[in-house]
Design a protein around this ligand. Structure first.
Ligand code: HEM
Length: 350
């Protein structure tokens, strides 16, 4: 969920972040919150998560470029704290971005074991923001429930039917996380030390066209086998991708295959952490097609050098590009997790 801040000054912005810190602590620890204070009166929790518990809820907060400066207006006096890496992703070929699904001053990314809990978390944060921030856009997403996946270690499938996340950075690969995801201790500005940058893209999959390809054609587009997730040069999902292998004179993984063009080999070693979700927003009334796809979320040290660099290549050369439409885009700076007794972004707010 992305919010536009309406707080009039820095102290009101601090108040918003203090309120959200309190609510987030309660939501992630107990699942429900103590009676809410609204307009100075005490009222009950909105109630829809009663008895469900925290359900592995996590909430990640990020600050968008417009929080620091909007149309030349340094409304909170934060302009000189904006990291150079935090700028809107420049227009990329094929973008069909909608302003109402893009940008925002502050984002909250929530993950939970079920959608009811997640809705409750956002409902609560929205109420807590009253008078200080208004929602700009909200995107829900889903993955197959962990217990429903019987092949281990299970990689979830996207709505194209392919395993998605095989060659992703693993959270327990400290070396890769330090090199590609975490900003590190010595980075500047100081308030972003140990933080990371989030890039979100709402990518619609044009399923009506995709569904008309044969499985073999789909596999050429991705560069992997649909059922097993194995690269076209291997038999098992975990087999190495061999981009050099040729069969009958042609590349076994086509030159325009998604995994070739997105790979670190093609992108001078650049990688990012993908944490995407499938989405389904019902029927697009204009076309009668299902508006569904991938809510692509990635984490990296530098959105311009990582996400934007890879996406520029994909937008022009990737065989998958003609099956996709990028309708939303946003970038946020996520400061490190909040320590007890402090509030979200305190090092930035001073
Ligand atoms: C709807 C859009 C997309 C779909 C359906 C999709 C699907 C896939 C699939 C099926 C794989 C192979 C399995 C894996 O290794 O995870 C893959 C790999 C990958 N994708 Fe995407 N992808 C999409 C968009 C993107 C975007 C926007 C980026 C980055 C700008 C990206 C970056 C990557 C990377 C880095 C890999 C791993 C390549 C490798 O090293 O093997 N993907 N994607």
């Amino acid at each position: 969920m992305s919010f536009d801040v309406t707080a009039v000054d820095l102290s009101a912005l601090r108040e918003l972040l203090r309120r959200w810190t309190d609510e987030a602590a309660r939501l992630t620890q107990s699942g429900t919150r103590a009676p809410a204070r609204r307009n100075g009166t005490t009222g009950p929790d909105s109630g829809e998560a009663e008895g469900l518990g925290p359900g592995a809820l996590t909430l990640t907060f990020g600050f968008g470029p417009s929080l620091f400066e909007q149309d030349g207006d340094d409304r909170f006096g934060l302009a000189d704290q904006r990291p150079a890496q935090l700028a809107p992703i420049p227009a990329i070929a094929g973008d069909e971005l909608q302003p109402g699904r893009s940008g925002g001053d502050i984002c909250v990314q929530g993950c939970a074991a079920n959608s009811q809990l997640l809705f409750h978390a956002f409902h609560t944060l929205r109420i807590a923001a009253e008078g200080l921030a208004v929602p700009r856009w909200m995107q829900t997403g889903f993955l197959p429930p962990f217990e429903a996946m019987n092949d281990a270690p299970a990689t979830p499938r996207n709505l194209m039917g392919f395993k998605d996340g095989t060659n992703n950075i693993r959270g327990d690969d400290q070396h890769a996380m330090d090199n590609h995801v975490w900003i590190g201790r010595s980075a500047s500005p100081h308030w972003m030390r140990d933080g990371t940058y989030l890039v979100a893209r709402r990518i619609r999959i044009l399923l009506d066209v995709w569904d008309n390809l044969s499985v073999a054609q789909q596999e050429e587009v991705v560069g992997r086998h649909k059922l097993t997730g194995a690269p076209l040069t291997g038999r098992r999902e975990s087999d190495d991708v061999n981009l050099g292998l040729r069969r009958n004179g042609a590349h076994a993984i086509p030159l325009d295959a998604h995994i070739r063009l997105a790979s670190p080999t093609t992108n001078a070693g650049v990688r990012l952490l993908r944490r995407s979700y499938n989405y389904n927003d019902g029927i697009d009334q204009a076309t009668s097609q299902v508006d569904a796809g991938l809510f692509f979320i990635s984490f990296q040290r530098d959105p311009q050098k990582q996400f934007a660099a890879i996406q520029r290549r994909l937008s022009v050369h990737d065989a998958m590009a003609k099956h996709l439409s990028h309708t939303g885009s946003a970038v946020f700076a996520c400061p490190p997790g909040v320590a007890s007794g402090r509030y979200i972004g305190q090092a930035l707010m001073g």
